[in-house]
Design a protein around this ligand. Sequence first.
Ligand code: SAM
Length: 342
Amino acid sequence: MNSSVHGLHLPVMLEESIHGLKVEAGGRYVDCTTGAGGHAQAILDASSPGGQLLGFEADPQAVEIARERLTSFGSSALIVNRNFSNLEEECLERNFFPLNGVLFDLGLSSMQLEETGRGFSFQYDAPLDMRFSPDQQLSVEEIVNSYNESDIASIIYKYGEEPASRRIAAAIVKNRPLYTTTQLADIIVRAVGGKKGRIHPATRTFQALRITVNRELETLETALRQALNMLGYGGRLVVISYHSLEDRIVKRFFREESRDCICPPGVPVCTCSHRASIRQVNRKIITPSPEEIHKNPRSRSARMRIAERIITHPEASLNSAGLFFISLTGCLAGIAGCMSLN
Ligand SMILES: C[S@@+](CC[C@H](N)C(=O)[O-])C[C@H]1O[C@@H](n2cnc3c(N)ncnc32)[C@H](O)[C@@H]1O
């Protein structure tokens, strides 16, 4: 999420992204969340001459803005109006692989947040929509007006981590039908009491509903795997997330894929045959500088993780018995070598 200047959108951690992706001339890059094209433009600039970028964007209005912004790059920039869950299919169809880098800058843009009529923010009165793309079937209006109380409560709890989820769900059901963001926000404020904490009482519920409508966590899991499949050796995967649920998925994915064995703890012999396919470039999470947060307050929740595709070592999947055998034969070979030298 980014603040905007004159309605245009400030890309978050731009320099860190270019550096994290190790953008180089002639490289092939995918921007999964093109938005207004700020990161895409910087990637194309840094990969010139010869760089190519395939951008995904679910929101047709953002696609138009990005395409216009990137016209000067001609056929080096291709923005498709598709969900990034189609990354692998699109890359394979277009013969656009192996990739040098893939970027995810998750969530929504300031344009979407500030656009009246989309329903992403309770600051503006708008229909309860929140779909990234008009092609999607499910809207917030359908959830709040047709789901049962316990399903609404579990959505708000699971995707908003809202402790008052049950109280909010009960208030929603009692007051339906609901049609606007202001109606929904007012009901939440009344259900949980006024603005006591740092954030508005409706923030978590709005986040939960947006995540559900756009299936954000499921698509992220799918797309991370696809991105990894399409990366060439040494290729970089950079993910900027804006809340703990997204970051948890990225963290777990990076941790698992950087390990040779993912058997549950306590299993004496490895049975998973899993091999590390990435290395984590930054152990410590990267956050925006105080200057960036000052200039763009909406960047404050951003968290960046970077991974690099590595060559998987075939022996890495050997179980401990196999490793013992290798060490033993190595020792014996060493002894034999020493004896023959003498
Ligand atoms: C934070 S903005 C990206 C801003 C962009 N990096 C820039 O510099 O302008 C996130 C964008 O990703 C899009 N988006 C979110 N989830 C998506 C998905 N699953 N598939 C395609 N686009 C998605 C949103 O519509 C939004 O425009």
